[in-house]
Design a protein around this ligand. Structure first.
Ligand code: PHE
Length: 467
């Protein structure tokens, strides 16, 4: 049976950029950038992306495209050693663990699309902004189960989580090019379009200049060694590195497409989208003088209140708020495709039933049950009085920290070591240039970085981060 592949060049870019552009870009990047020196952070971030993250991404693509298999098998085939399979397997597990808590947040975005569209988040006539923010805060805490008596019902966040995962499974059942690629080709341009509309809406606000300055004005005095660590961590999570996503997608890239070209385009698109997200969000916080924050607090508490106060009447608020949560949903779902696909490729290629490989629908049903159970636990671990606590963290936070702080950096180092030290240099160069079709000069540079610079730098940061 012929192996899955992306069908078109644009589709490949859309799927891979879709994996990268996610919640991390929309609710974390603008805030981290703003607090770490604005444009100064942007410059450091871009340099780190190009010098450290691009070589890691290329290493993962090389392992996947050379291996023509799921991450576990690709690690074995590319390195020639069975032991590396363990690393591949851990990365696949990490992907599924990220998916488990990602589905919870993505489920929240579904709830908020409907709540916005139905006008539930509109401001009460004559209410002060601070009261409106407090109202939205209570609504969110109540919804996720952090408030006292849940009015909306405890099942809601759990139900949305499962609905989101089921949507993923249905799309993936159609296959790599007919499912993932087709959806991404529509969703990524739509996401870009929505961001542009939101930025245009915020240009009209009084706080636009202040919001843009927060994000874009360079302030080198805010840059500390910690800034560089933050930039690296943000860049890894944001570019979906160190876990099975990029290795798996790499195995679907056609030979005629340049891996270097793909990685550059994806990095530029990801940074651009993150900046646009900041320009869409911050002007309103500055207009109303609300404290700038990140994460769920910003997206589900402050922003709905600000949208409801936008000038132009309540329909403007409903419109902007609905669009914003659709944007969040598109960003989340195209990322979750890559997390689930890493597991799907593994199960269909490695597990057999009565001597036959499993079909995608069967593999997805199995993954739905496994990831779904973990997701439900994650959603419940957010609720008040939950006993799902591991090492003083809720299960949700524990999985986040375990993957982001430990597995992702180690996974990135592993990819560099396989490419720089286990594989023959000529084999790597051939893969990167598609057997000489593309320019080899830059490729030598990336090879050097993947072999020497990236493993050392990432390991150093990893150890420092743990201490
Ligand atoms: N890159 C995604 C984001 O920024 C998260 C992600 C991590 C997706 C790892 C896939 C793999 O939100």
């Amino acid at each position: 049976m012929a192996r899955n592949q992306f069908a078109s060049k644009f589709g490949t870019l859309a799927a891979i950029a879709g994996s990268a552009v996610g919640l991390g870009n929309i609710w974390r990047f603008p805030y981290v950038a703003g607090n770490n020196g604005g444009a100064a952070f942007l410059i450091i971030y871009t340099v780190i992306c190009l010098l450290i993250s691009v070589p890691v991404m290329l290493s993962e693509f090389v392992i996947g495209r050379k291996g023509q298999s799921n991450t576990y098998r690709s690690f074995i085939k590319s390195s020639g050693h069975k032991g590396w399979g363990v690393v591949g397997a851990v990365e696949i597990f990490a992907g599924l663990a990220i998916l488990a808590f990602y589905c919870v947040v993505a489920g929240w975005s579904l709830e908020y699309i409907f709540a916005s569209a139905m006008g539930e988040l509109r401001a009460v006539e004559g209410i002060e902004l601070t009261d409106q923010i407090a109202r939205m805060g209570i609504r969110f805490d109540d919804f996720v189960g952090k408030g006292g008596e849940p009015i909306l019902g405890v099942w809601r966040p759990v139900a949305w989580t499962i609905i989101f995962l089921a949507l993923n499974c249905i799309v993936l059942a159609f296959g790599v090019s007919k499912g993932i690629e087709r959806c991404s080709k529509f969703m990524i341009p739509a996401l870009f379009g929505i961001l542009l509309i939101l930025v245009i809406m915020s240009v009209r606000l009084d706080g636009f200049a202040a919001g843009a300055a927060f994000l874009l004005k360079p302030d080198w005095s805010a840059v500390t060694p910690q800034t560089i660590m933050d930039a690296l961590g943000q860049s890894f999570f944001s570019l979906s590195l160190g876990m099975a996503a990029m290795t798996t997608y790499g195995s679907y890239i056609q030979k005629e497409q340049s891996l270097v070209g793909v990685s550059f385009t994806v990095v530029i698109a990801t940074v651009l989208m993150a900046i646009l997200a900041g320009l869409a969000i911050f002007p309103s916080t500055f207009t109303y003088g609300v404290e700038v924050s990140s994460g769920p607090g910003l997206v589900f508490k402050t922003l709905p209140a600000l949208f409801a106060s936008l000038p132009g009447g309540s329909w403007v608020g409903v419109f902007v708020s609905t669009l914003f949560f659709i944007l969040l949903f598109f960003a989340a779902v195209t990322s979750s495709f890559s997390l689930l696909e890493a597991g799907t490729a593994y199960v269909t290629e490695e597990w057999t039933y009565k001597g036959k490989h499993m079909s995608r629908p069967v593999a997805l049903t199995i993954l739905f049950v496994i990831v779904g159970s973990l997701s439900v636990l994650c959603a419940m671990s957010q609720m008040e009085g939950s006993s799902l606590i591991i090492m003083e963290n809720s299960l949700f936070d524990f999985l986040d920290k375990l993957t982001s702080n430990i597995i992702l950096p180690l996974g990135g180092i592993a990819a560099c070591i396989v490419v720089g030290w286990s594989m023959k240099k000529q084999v790597v160069i051939n893969e990167l240039t598609s057997e000489g079709q593309f320019n080899a000069k830059l490729v030598e540079f990336f090879y050097f970085f993947a072999k020497w610079v990236c493993p050392i730098v990432i390991f150093y940061m990893f150890i420092k981060g743990l201490l």
